[in-house]
Ligand binder design. Structure first.
Ligand SMILES: CC(C)(COP(=O)(O)OP(=O)(O)OC[C@H]1O[C@@H](n2cnc3c(N)ncnc32)[C@H](O)[C@@H]1OP(=O)(O)O)[C@@H](O)C(=O)NCCC(=O)NCCS
Length: 166
């Protein structure tokens, strides 16, 4: 019998499996390594996909807060981050469903805009889900707070910013 595929919010016992899923791509320089303490600290951000007892995909919705717009109210921004699907499970719609789960949760939380930082290779994937490319200069500076952990920052940065209104 084929193992069941389940999409759900992560729990504490998923943290180590989430780290392994991300590490597989971080070792290739495609994603940033996430320390385990940080995954525990943001465990409520994560959705996972489980196949049998294995985690085969993960994605996080991380709330950043209000954009600073002098003299007027700014939009509430959140980030779709730590999206990873195991290579042998690619092309089955799992990545799309994970991002859609984040979109649905963002809607329920009354978030105005979702953004993501990704590589050129993934731009088409996010555009299919309704994200649009945006100049990074138009996003608040705090979105770059994690960039200092990236070996490519700043001269060799290969990230593209995409945004979606909710
Ligand atoms: C990006 C990623 C999560 C996509 O996961 P996936 O489960 O294969 O995606 P889906 O099956 O939902 O793909 C949906 C569609 O996008 C396409 N697609 C998937 N990845 C793509 C990519 N990198 N570039 C262009 N198109 C892509 C698929 O072919 C599919 O097209 P279709 O609807 O016409 O069949 C996966 O490739 C991955 O884990 N990549 C490595 C980690 C990474 O880059 N994470 C993003 C960090 S922001």
């Amino acid at each position: 019998m084929k193992p069941k595929i389940i999409f759900r919010k992560a729990t504490i016992s998923d943290a180590v499996k989430i780290k392994k899923t991300i590490d597989a791509y971080a070792e290739e320089g495609i994603m940033l390594f996430r320390p385990l303490y940080e995954i525990y600290g943001s465990i409520r951000d994560f959705f996972i996909v489980e196949k049998g007892k294995k985690v085969i995909g993960c994605c996080a919705l991380h709330v950043l807060g209000e954009e600073y717009r002098p003299g007027r109210q700014g939009s509430i921004l959140a980030e779709v981050r730590s999206l990873a699907v195991l290579k042998k499970e690619h092309g089955k719609g799992i990545g799309t469903q994970l991002v859609k789960a984040c979109i649905n949760e963002a809607e329920a939380m009354e978030i105005d805009k979702l953004f993501t930082l990704t590589t050129k290779k993934n731009v088409a994937f996010f555009k299919k889900i309704g994200f649009k490319e945006i100049s990074t200069a138009k996003l608040p500076q705090k979105i770059w707070q994690e960039c200092i952990n990236c070996s490519r920052f700043p001269a060799d940065c290969n990230e593209v910013s995409l945004i979606k209104d909710i």
